[in-house]
Design a protein around this ligand. Structure first.
Ligand code: HEC
Length: 174
């Protein structure tokens, strides 16, 4: 092989290497971006609790204070999570079957808020006592039932789908 040939072979290999590693980096960036963006964050940051029981109104204030430290409260407010007891789930399957058709809109589980409140409490920098965690949890369970089921099933579906669609528009073309 003459020197010129070796030179070109090396140059082409180097070019191919740089090109491929760039694609890989872009893929990684896109993946990181998608994982860090929550559709929830683009929704409302308040809940109208004027018709909730007084106790729940007090817990709502605690929720606003404690769950807005690391992200906006939009994240839990617009989450697809819905906690129902096993009995409540059997009842809902008859009365409100819509809520089982799309887990991106309603993620139904008997422990979902329990799990997430504990997960958040364990995060570095979270200052939430056991009692506060429990009150916030009670609020989230009650509020999710009020806003995402029964008479509000359709309204919730529309709101959540709008958020998911907006996120698609934002990430489209990345
Ligand atoms: C110390 C920081 C911190 C505090 C305080 C905090 N969060 Fe979070 N939260 C995070 C981080 C980081 C994420 C993203 C990673 C994850 O899901 O674990 C997150 C994600 C979430 C999500 C999205 C989960 C998903 O996968 O869809 C919800 C819902 C949520 N938080 C609710 C809450 C609630 C409710 C509270 C109050 C009890 C709270 N957070 C308090 C840091 C925090």
């Amino acid at each position: 092989m003459n020197t010129q040939r070796v030179f070109w072979t090396l140059l082409i290999s180097l070019g191919a290497f740089l090109f491929l590693s760039n694609i890989h980096a872009a893929d990684k960036m896109e993946e990181a971006f998608r994982n860090s963006v929550f559709p929830n964050d683009f929704g409302p940051t308040t809940i109208n609790v004027s018709h909730y029981p007084k106790k729940m109104q007090a817990y709502y204030k605690l929720f606003l204070a404690k769950c807005s430290k690391c992200h906006s409260v939009a994240r839990p407010i617009n989450a697809q999570f819905l906690e129902l007891t096993p009995k409540g789930e059997i009842f809902a399957k008859k009365e409100d079957p819509e809520i089982f058709k799309d887990t991106d809109v309603w993620k139904v589980s008997p422990v979902i808020w329990d799990k997430y409140v504990h997960k958040m409490m364990a995060k570095h920098g979270a200052v939430i006592t056991k009692k506060e965690g429990h009150e916030i949890y009670e609020f989230l369970v009650y509020d999710s039932k009020m806003r995402k089921t029964g008479a509000n099933t359709k309204k919730w579906e529309k709101q959540r789908e709008r958020l998911l669609k907006n996120l698609e528009e934002i990430t489209e073309g990345l």
